[in-house]
Design a protein around this ligand. Structure first.
Ligand SMILES: NC(=O)c1ccc[n+]([C@@H]2O[C@H](COP(=O)([O-])OP(=O)(O)OC[C@H]3O[C@@H](n4cnc5c(N)ncnc54)[C@H](OP(=O)(O)O)[C@@H]3O)[C@@H](O)[C@H]2O)c1
Length: 244
């Protein structure tokens, strides 16, 4: 595999990049800042990656996406896997109080992630496709009090990825939507983990299996599939009353 990863310097993206490295795949890291990318690239080389390149690419600067993917494409000789695990999180309270940060988060997690995926799609489709694996969230499944704004961005992203998979799978572009529940990473540091909290390494193993099999949706850890089945079917008046 020749994989481009946006946001693999920490958390679930880093765990997945390490599994890919251990299989001897060729990798190209995009993200910020340069120091973290360089350190991660060395780590992945030591773990067995065939080759590792990197380039700064800020999810908040969509003008840079086409150039960054072009460089990755040239370095790898045509990528066939793109993983997007970059994203922002903020509590509902912080997002309500800070419209500037809220705007950034909505742009990063929805519009800019979509723009990045569109650039990746345009490159992969003409050569027969590949795999686009993007981290959304269970937060996008229902309108929920603790994640009104973060969840809205992830809901939009999930729908976009679903549509992409319906439209282009027949032409060889497999789209995988990862919907983590609560996973212990730097993003959730300081938050109280719920009973089914996962770890990045376990999620990465699940996601790699999905990439190999072309599974369109991954709930991680798997227990969240059951939790969200219940949540998706709760009537609105119940959702309005509970704090979940
Ligand atoms: N953890 C959870 O419980 C959970 C639950 C549901 C969904 N998710 C989603 O899963 C994905 C991965 O989350 P994670 O928990 O693994 O988070 P994480 O450890 O914080 O990793 C996020 C990655 O995104 C990068 N990033 C942040 N801002 C960026 C920017 N402007 N440009 C480029 N890269 C940027 C981070 O780089 P820096 O480290 O330099 O900031 C980091 O490498 C996210 O989309 C998140 O919304 C997570």
């Amino acid at each position: 595999m020749k994989a481009v990863l946006l946001g693999a310097t920490s958390g679930m993206g880093r765990a997945l990049s390490r599994l890919l490295a251990e299989r001897g795949e060729s990798l190209f890291l995009l993200g910020i800042p340069a120091d973290d990318l360089s350190r991660s690239a060395k780590d992945l080389e030591a773990r067995g990656a065939r080759e590792v390149g990197w380039l700064e690419c800020d999810l908040l600067q969509p003008k840079g996406f086409a150039g960054a993917l072009e460089r990755a494409d040239q370095a790898l000789g045509g990528f066939d896997l793109v993983v997007v695990s970059a994203g922002l999180f903020g509590s509902q309270e912080r997002l309500e109080a800070d419209p500037e940060f809220c705007q950034k988060l909505l742009a990063a997690n929805f519009a800019n992630t979509v723009a990045f995926c569109e650039e990746a799609r345009k490159r992969m489709l003409p050569r027969g496709g590949g795999t686009l694996c993007v981290f959304s969230s269970v937060a996008g499944e229902r309108g929920r009090k603790p994640v009104v704004l973060y969840g809205a961005a992830k809901a939009g992203l999930t729908r976009y990825l679903e549509g992409l998979d319906h439209k282009f799978r027949g032409e060889g572009l497999v789209t995988i939507t990862v919907k983590p529940g609560f996973v212990k990473t730097s993003m959730t540091e300081g938050l109280k983990p719920p009973p089914f909290a996962g770890d990045p390494e376990g999620v990465a193993r699940q996601v790699l299996r999905a990439i190999d099999r072309g599974t369109p949706v991954v709930y991680a850890p798997p227990m969240w599939a059951l939790v969200m089945l219940v949540i998706r079917n709760l009537p609105r008046f119940v959702m309005r009353r509970i704090g979940f």
